[in-house]
Design a protein around this ligand. Structure first.
Ligand SMILES: NC(=O)c1ccc[n+]([C@@H]2O[C@H](COP(=O)([O-])OP(=O)(O)OC[C@H]3O[C@@H](n4cnc5c(N)ncnc54)[C@H](OP(=O)(O)O)[C@@H]3O)[C@@H](O)[C@H]2O)c1
Length: 302
């Protein structure tokens, strides 16, 4: 239903509320909106996680290279939210790949966050630190890493396993040999970089997509098309960008260390769930596609 009773220039399309959780291929439910924590350190990280939990977000995305597990541990403990109600994702870094190292890395992450298990562990990057991108060692070591994650999964130390920044060829290679198929691929998705083919492959293979840099690392918040659509729907640019990703079937993990910004997403995504961008608005946003990357580029990693 299109309601045009707000003003001539306001177009809000109502629809079925977007799902609050996505179901992974093994039946594990995970919150479609989480808090990103890249570059959130010390008090900022602690306060952001505390604010997110207080506001009802139940998904925290971190990684061993973010070096913020201490503050996250403190925030989880201080929040009083039971462990079973918070979905914690972390990632094995390019420095931790390979036989005998990935398991140690995951155990270290659990110890530093102060948890007995992780909800989701990802291979952060298809490549290995200090290995040339075109070296066959990358494929060998990410496979060894995956096998260690499979074992941790079968032991119940992690509830789900997946990958991050895997391009089509990395995914196909893994799908061809894995005993436990990846449940998630986390990669950069926003209107300037939509990755339709990769998202289609994930969908076909039952792999949930977690979009990162949904706000274009803040750069897209000022894009004229985004601000125009935001004015039309009387939402903020961040709310529009997150809605666009969720409507496209992705989970999102926007990052902010400012509680008022976290509150802004939560208000719209957790409380105001019943509106949608219209097809015209989606098309306008999709017109921004130019392949631009705000973050690192895995395409050269063999
Ligand atoms: N797997 C990977 O390789 C990978 C790579 C990149 C990111 N990630 C994950 O994805 C998360 C999100 O990506 P991201 O942090 O790169 O980018 P993002 O979420 O697109 O943007 C974050 C930036 O936007 C700013 N921001 C947020 N809300 C805002 C608002 N309402 N107005 C103005 N500025 C706002 C934040 O600043 P303030 O904090 O000052 O508010 C921060 O600088 C990361 O934190 C991380 O957890 C994963």
């Amino acid at each position: 239903m299109l309601i045009s009773d707000l003003s001539a220039s306001t177009m809000v399309t109502l629809g079925k509320p977007l799902p609050r959780t996505l179901t992974l291929r093994n039946g594990v439910e995970f919150p479609a909106v989480g808090l990103g924590t890249f570059r959130a350190q010390d008090d900022d990280a602690r306060n952001a996680v505390m604010a997110a939990l207080r506001l009802g977000l139940r998904h925290i995305d971190t990684a061993s290279i973010y070096k913020n597990e201490g503050p996250i541990r403190e925030a989880l403990a201080a929040s009083g939210v039971p462990r079973g109600e918070v979905f914690v994702t972390s990632k094995v870094s390019p420095y931790e790949q390979g036989a005998g190292r990935a398991r140690k890395a995951v155990e270290g992450i659990m110890e530093r966050i102060g948890v007995q298990y992780l909800d989701l562990v990802l291979v952060h990057w298809p490549g290995v630190s200090r290995v040339a991108p075109d070296s066959s060692l990358n494929a060998q070591m990410r496979w060894e890493t995956w096998q260690e994650l499979e074992r941790l999964y079968s032991e119940g130390r992690v509830r789900a396993i997946g990958v991050s920044n895997y391009e089509e060829r990395h995914l196909r290679e893994l799908l061809g040999r894995a005993a436990v198929k990846p449940m998630v691929n986390q990669f950069e998705v926003h209107p300037r970089r939509q990755r339709l083919e990769l998202r289609q492959l994930c969908k076909q293979e039952g792999i949930a997509v977690v979009a990162y840099a949904s706000l274009g690392c803040a750069d897209l918040l000022n894009h004229p098309t985004v601000t125009r659509v935001a004015a039309e729907v009387r939402r903020t640019p961040a709310q529009v960008l997150l809605r666009w990703a969720l409507q496209g079937g992705c989970a999102v993990i926007p990052k902010s260390v400012r509680p008022e910004r976290i509150a802004e997403w939560r208000e719209d995504l957790l409380l105001g769930g019943d509106w949608r961008l219209s097809q015209e608005q989606v098309t306008a946003l999709e017109g921004l596609e130019d392949g631009h990357k705000y973050c690192w580029d895995p395409s050269a990693v063999m």
